[in-house]
Ligand binder design. Structure first.
Ligand code: SAM
Length: 244
């Protein structure tokens, strides 16, 4: 892959501060998930429905890009005919947690510490490619490359599943950051103020969410078909794509 194909990976959730920093950041993220502040419950239901509709009892392979601890995805995979799971993440401590969270899967599980764009470029064809709350770190060019690579790596009857934050249509990056930070303060009230600050700091330094229309246009340009998704909240979204 050429350098231009590739975004600089963001500061993963384990920086700065090494393992202690990681566990603090991951503990905060776990609180966000548990309180459903980012609509993981509704989005997870949408992912489960999409996997059942697309694959039903049919065996399928899944590549999880930016898998983190895989805690939200693991329960959604039970009852499906998963043939193999491969998770990729920059964070070794997150992958250690993923090993535990995926232990109940009745299929080969591979976890790789790597940048997901490099992993996608080198991946074997898969039936399902999944990425949740990780893609918003990519630039517009990075997203174009992501969809181009995903389109090449998806099997004919495959499914690309993206769960992520997106900007509202017509909302600038600056307005999104301002609005999201205000919303975070008003809604994520179960977090300590230092935890809110840490999230604000991480997202203002690393996040580059695009409007859904831009992502869909890039996906279509890469030869993918946009399927109906789910928007439980204006910035939090499930997007589904299939080979055209
Ligand atoms: C907010 S967490 C989401 C984890 C999980 N997918 C979920 O939905 O709960 C984002 C994860 O993406 C990982 N990540 C971000 N950019 C990455 C990249 N370029 N390559 C690999 N992992 C990446 C981070 O290390 C982190 O574990």
């Amino acid at each position: 892959m050429h350098d231009a194909d590739h975004d600089h990976p963001p500061a993963p959730m384990n920086q700065p501060g090494g393992a202690i920093g990681f566990f603090r950041a991951w503990d905060t993220y776990s609180k966000v998930v548990a309180a459903n502040y980012m609509f993981h419950r509704e989005l997870g239901q949408g992912v489960s429905d999409a996997l059942h509709q697309r694959f039903g009892g049919r065996p399928f392979s899944l590549l999880d890009l930016g898998c983190g601890d895989a805690a939200s995805l693991a329960p959604l995979l039970e009852g499906l005919s998963l043939m193999s799971y491969k998770g990729v993440d920059l964070s070794q401590p997150a992958l250690a947690l993923a090993t535990q969270n995926l232990a109940r899967l009745d299929c080969p599980v591979t976890l790789v510490e790597a940048d997901f764009m490099s992993a996608l470029a080198a991946a074997e064809p898969r039936d399902a490619i999944y990425s949740s709350f990780a893609q918003h770190h990519l630039t517009t060019q990075g997203n174009a490359n992501f969809f181009r690579l995903a389109a090449k790596r998806l099997n004919t009857e495959g499914l690309l599943i993206l769960v992520d934050v997106t900007r509202e249509e017509g909302e600038s990056h600056e307005a999104y950051m301002r609005n999201y930070c205000v919303w975070l303060r008003e809604t994520m009230t179960g977090l300590e103020s230092e935890e809110q600050d840490a999230i604000r700091d991480h997202l203002t330094k690393n996040d580059r969410p695009e409007p859904a229309s831009s992502l869909c246009a890039l996906a279509q340009h890469a030869g993918l078909r946009v399927l109906p998704g789910l928007v439980p909240h204006k910035w939090h979204r499930l997007m589904l794509f299939a080979p055209a």
